[in-house]
Design a protein around this ligand. Sequence first.
Ligand code: GLA
Length: 457
Amino acid sequence: MDLSTEFPRLFHQIYGHWCDFIVRAPGRVNLIGEHTDYNGFPVLPMSLEQAIYAAVGVRTDKTVQVRNVDPLYSELTFTLECRIPPGNPGDWGNYVKAGIQGVIDWERNPKPLEALHGFDCLITGTIPPGSGLSSSSALVVASALAFLEANEIPYERASLAEMLASAEHYVGTQGGGMDQAICLLGEAGQALKIDFFPLRASPVPLPEGWSIVICNSLIRAEKTRAAMRLYNRRPIECRIAVAMLEKQRFGSYGNCARLSQLIGPECGPENLLEQAMSLFHEEGYSWTEIAEFLKEDPDEVEGRLGRMRDGSVFGETEDGFQLRKRVRHVLTEATRVERSFRALSSGDVLQFAELMNDSHRSCRDDYEISCPELDVLVQVARLSGAKGARLTGAGFGGCTVNLVRDDKIDAFRAMIWEEYLQRYLMLKRPELGESVDSGDMLSISKPARGSEIMKAR
Ligand code: GLA
């Protein structure tokens, strides 16, 4: 879709008036640092050339109308109010509402609800949905930016990113702050190491002569109710681990919300890892065992540590909460991010590639967020010339990120097509591979600029 002519024309056709501006919000690929963000540890993503675009026409009333160029997404109309009711879990409109609700609740928004007005909006985009490249957070950011711009509310990018990280919990996923931060702060030509609480971004160059190649497993990493449960289980396991580590060290718990808060001058990451490895056993924990350790009533503990944003409690898991493995992943992954930042800063490509490979192992074995298809794709990639290959994003499907020398890309592309798609996926899940072309399977992007507001015409 041509953004300067066709897109505004389509907007005009739908709404009967011209749009005032277009928001661009890029997707992202995370190079390393998976599920570290909500634990207070850094991540190292880059923003992509693929993005979400929202054409926006300001209204004078309190209505928000949203249409998507892709007819698969239903039309959405709602009114601005204190508490905008969410649609069904997994409904795409919830991401739009999340961004807007976030701005309404934001303490830095100087305008009361009575002074705010809505907008008409048409969405299109080039980020494949459900591929773990953060199309959903890009939509949250795009909606918030549309709303801020429509109401002429000034903002500072880092604090907006921090606010939108918790605003996105509106959709039901208890994610961290990586996706919104890279979407707003991304820099052309650079990856970013992002630290949290408070948010800080440090640019780092990518190695000359190498490309970041994204391969799609074609297993959709949807944010449905079941997938949300898989994701949300991890932050809850981390929360339980924090409470138990805190209790063991200080005799009580409740002061620390994140693993990173247990690190200080007297306790470095290695000491914390040691403490965790001697405290947590391999077998999963039940709420009863957790409560016994914390010397509290099980219902109370479950209510406190297992409470979700919608008020429900998480309940038991079949294999028990895997505290030992989860903490081991988070703490070793945090170290890998710092080491990757140093390796990239000094141009040590092979060191960075090795850290990517270690990260995949840790995501697969300790955080258990991989799936057979992602593991095969990573294996094939390594045999096809990638020096580093790992799953990227939340996991459970979606994409892998690969470090490939520029002169090896053509051979790499051909091997992925042949060995992953034809010889593996087409035999296992033929329905997924049927109408796929090589552009769906593999993409290469340079780090792109963060979100922006563009003139409409
Ligand atoms: C999702 C979340 C992020 C982050 C990643 C995993 O993309 O939105 O905050 O936790 O998963 O690294």
